[in-house]
Design a binder for this molecule. Sequence first.
Ligand code: OSB
Ligand code: MG
Length: 368
Amino acid sequence: MKIARVVLRHVGMKLKAPFKTSFGTTTEKEFLLVEAYDEDGVVGYGESTAMTDPYYNEETLKSNHHLLRDYLIPLVLNNTFAHPDECVELFAPIRRNMMAKAAMEGAIWDLYAKREGLSLARALGGVKERIPVGVSIGIQPDITGMLQQVERFLAEGYQRIKVKIMPGFDVDVIAAIRREFGDIPLMADANSAYTLKDAEHLKKLDAFHLMMIEQPLAHDDIVDHATLQRQLETPLCLDESIHTVEDARKALDLGSCRIINIKVGRVGGLSLSKQIQELCASRNVPVWCGGMLESGIGRAHNIAITTLPGFVLPGDTSGSNRYWHADIIEPEVTVENGFIQVPESPGIGYRVDRRRLDACTLASETYR
Ligand code: OSB
Ligand code: MG
């Protein structure tokens, strides 16, 4: 494979409803889209999951633009590829900047799969024809509002409910959900809003038999999480703290978590997601695929990676209509009875609606 041209787009898509976490509120999703064209004009798409502000992690749309323009795109244009896994070594001299790397690598994976005539899921070694999915519900103005959201998404068939929590919006919310909806598959995500000083408070959540508590403590911690895990019955799941295969190994060795949320962007791409999945499978540690409010393109990558055998828990890959009035892919991602059917056509398996994409594009640049 030889990449002849790369187009970078800055895309803006308004969410149907603002999404609130303990670190902030997203109303309009802005992100970078990478289009990698080979010499025959075949195109692969990759989406950066970096947000506009460095509040989930340190990367931003602008830092990704810098990394892509000044480092990753030149590297890609000056090399040839037999397989997308080669991106791992090619990008390794650049420290971190995982989401920028994943956006570039994702485009190369899509292009590779299209050239091979394989769906991205099969190209990755995926085995599932459909994937079970859940939904992540943001912090609501009050408990009543949260109960309404849970009711709505259960009615839509989602197989697992995740609710965002933060100090002042936690135990009472979970208690109310259990009271109203009984023994549904339920979990909570704190996005690093607590410290070990809150251990006694977090222990109250044990009474509600959650599937897991995601990332209660600091984004860069795996030591305090191990201390907390020893005090809790509820399994901890790490999101923000895991960027590499080595991070995952160390967290499992320390007992910092019993489950890992793999986000393709946060760990530097599909090849590395696959490696973390393999490590966890070898230790019987369940993984699931997280989300970053992706457009249909990033969503298609998430669907493909979720077909790997180690992804045994429903992830956050919800249907397009949970986020957008109109997605940029055709058909949109739909959820039926809590499952997404994995597309079988080559590459990401969805057609990109170029008219809709152009309408959402705020700026674009071409590199060759
Ligand atoms: O922590 O999983 C998270 C969204 C933005 C940033 C971080 C997170 C999330 C979500 C939403 O939980 C997942 C999704 O629906 O895409
Ligand atoms: Mg999370």
